[in-house]
Structure formats: C-alpha cells, structure tokens
Design a protein around this ligand. Structure first.
Ligand code: SF4
Length: 365
C-alpha cells in the first residue's frame, strides 16, 4: 500500500535494496524488515542473576561475562539456527545490568568525556544540564533523514554536552525550551506505536542522547517492538558508555565534524575532540553498523573535512557509509564567527567530494 512518505521521499522506497546499503549495513536492513531481532531484544533474553550487593567492579565483570553470551546467542540467531521467540524472557536480564551500571555512573556522572562528575541521581546537573530525569522536546516520524533511515521515529532529548555555536537545534540543546517529561513506560508505548505506523527505526537524538542514556535503556526495557536502535550522536561518549551501548545499538549515526581539536574547542567548546571521537568511531565500527555524518563547514575544508575523510579512509572505510552533507546554514551564534557566517560554496563541496572519491570512501550526499 502506498503511504504519504513514498511520495515525499521516493528515494527511500528502495533504499534498503541499494547494493551499498545491503553490503555495509546488512544486519540493520534485516532488522528493519523484521528478518532478525534488534539487539536490545536479544539483550533482554540474556539472564542476569540479580544481586543488589554487587560492587561496580563486580557488575562490570558480570557484564563482560554476559556480553560474551550475548554474542554467542546473536551469532546463532543471525545464522538462522535459533529464533528469538524460542528464548525465554528472564526476570532480570543483561539490559537490567546495563541499567544498574548506568545508575552507578550517574552517581558521579561520566557518561561523556566531559566527566563533570555531577551527582545526577540526586538531581545535580552537569555541563549538559540534564539531571535525574530526561525531558524530551518532541518525537515524530522524520522524513528528512538518509534514505535508508527514513521514515525514522526521531526522539529529540533535551540537553547536550556540546555547545556548537552554529547548532540548528539550539533551542533543544541549550535549553531555550522547557521540554516535557515522558516516563520510560510511556516512551516505550510511543516507540511501539511508531513502529506499527511504519517507522524503520527508533532514532535517539537531541540535543544529545548520551546524557539521557538511563531513560533510553529503561524505555527499551518496556518496549516490545522489534525496532532497530539508532544512536544519533556527537560521539563524545565515555568508554563506559560505549560498553553499555554494545548490544543495544544496531546502527550508529555519529557526527564527525572536526579534523582537529582547535576548531572543536572554538566552535563546540570541547577539549580533546579528535582523540575521543575517532576512538569512539573505531569502537562503534567493531560493535555495530555505522553511517557517519560529515557536515562540511565553510572555510573548514582543509582543516576539518580533509583530515576527517583521511582518518575514515585509513581506519574504517569499508565498515561505514559516510553522508557528506552540504546543508550547513549559519544559525544561533554563527554570525559572531566570520569563517562560518555563510553557507558553503559549490566549489568547497565539490572539493570535499573529490577527496572522498580519491580516498574511495563509500559516501552518499
Ligand atoms: S553527560 Fe552531562 S553531566 Fe554527564 S559527564 Fe557529560 S556533560 Fe557531564
């Protein structure tokens, strides 16, 4: 049956049959088509012997053990030798353990590499201004994402650990809106409804999903839908957060914006950008499938676009699709920065594509 999005995004209709998408993102495609279970549904079926007296160190040990089991079972499922419906749902699962670990981290928050150590469980707020609860700005069926992702159930969480001076969602990331509270159970119901309505995935974004990890995991605990999880992020997560996301995320959708720390510090107010974000790209490409987003910034082709593409070509070229994006427009405080106070030129974009071609990167635009 034809739906409205078929007319609005005709390129999405056959996007899952695109040979590049099938080659680089094979598992994601199968989960979208309900031919395989989403990873969080497998995690919910790995039994955890609940013990609330475990120390954090013991919890991490248990986590490593259960992740081994997760990968063994996933492999059997992916080979078609076992179906998820044949696995019982234990009282406590690997997902519960991940929730417990996230609560431990939130006692002195280091979910992201800011590591502000805010006592989030007590309501204290760090750099991202997210406290104990997660608030959302909106959720909707998004028709503007990459063709293989659209239609996407996009959930915009309030707050961000970055302060990009050109942020297009600055009312959300910098808290110029109030946001509203949705409980994990309510969010799970919404996710189930959106999947029934034809969304190909649930897409956690913001702001930034990382400060909202606890709420996201708790929502997935209650979600019965088989829906691939997309982590749409600036990729400044800590290594602990990356470990927790292993076995949860089906498709990472990271931004790789800057080719050096100086531009990152000036335009997004973060330190140590390149080391953290490149590290997380490596981890992500070993854990799951990846579609990298590189937004071309005016006057940043040499210092940012080229080094980012070179790093991708050297380290994860065959493991990802790269969306080279030309839609930058000056927003928020961009007018205070001369170099980025305009759209990119045709020549700048063509130069970046020339480099992507030369490096044989799997890119889309
Ligand atoms: S998620 Fe927020 S509170 Fe936690 S370390 Fe990052 S910026 Fe700080």
């Amino acid at each position: 049956m034809l739906e409205a999005w078929h007319f609005i995004r005709p390129d999405s209709v056959l996007a899952l049959e695109n040979p590049l998408v099938k080659k680089v993102l094979p598992r994601y495609v199968k989960v979208v088509k309900n031919e395989l279970p989403a990873k969080f549904q497998i995690a919910k079926r790995i039994a955890f012997d609940f013990d609330k007296s475990l120390s954090e160190e013991e919890m991490w040990k248990e986590h490593s053990k259960l992740m081994k089991k997760f990968y063994e079972i996933k492999e059997v499922i992916d080979k078609g030798k076992l179906e998820i419906k044949d696995l019982e749902k234990p009282r406590y699962s690997l997902l519960d353990l991940k929730i417990m670990l996230t609560k431990e981290i939130l006692k002195s928050c280091e979910l992201c590499e800011r590591k502000c150590h805010a006592k989030r469980l007590e309501g204290e707020k760090g750099e991202c201004k997210v406290g104990r609860e997660s608030l959302i700005s909106s959720e909707n069926i998004h028709l503007g994402e990459e063709a293989h992702i659209t239609p996407s159930h996009t959930i915009f969480f309030m707050g961000c650990n970055f302060h990009c001076v050109y942020c297009q969602n600055y009312t959300i990331s910098q808290w110029l809106e109030e946001g509203y509270l949705v409980t994990p159970k309510e969010l799970a119901k919404i996710m189930e409804k959106r999947r029934e309505q034809g969304c190909r995935n649930v897409n956690f974004v913001g702001g930034e999903p990382t400060p909202n990890l606890l709420n996201i995991l708790e929502s997935l605990k209650y979600c019965e839908a088989n829906v691939p999880v997309i982590w749409n992020s600036n990729f400044y997560m800590s290594e602990k957060s990356m470990e927790i996301l292993d076995g949860i995320v089906d498709l990472y959708l990271p931004d790789f914006k800057y080719g050096n720390d100086k531009c990152a510090s000036r335009l997004s107010k973060v330190k140590n950008y390149f080391k953290v974000v490149s590290r997380n790209h490596l981890i992500a490409s070993n854990q799951a499938e990846v579609t990298v987003r590189h937004l071309v910034l005016p006057n940043h082709v040499e210092c940012c676009s080229k080094p980012v593409l070179e790093w991708i070509a050297k380290n994860i070229r065959d493991k990802c699709i790269v969306n080279v994006m030309d839609q930058y427009r000056p927003e928020f405080r961009a007018f205070e920065y001369n170099d980025i106070n305009r759209r990119i030129t045709k020549e700048e974009f063509e130069e970046v594509l020339k480099v992507a071609n030369k490096l044989k990167i799997n890119y889309i635009t």
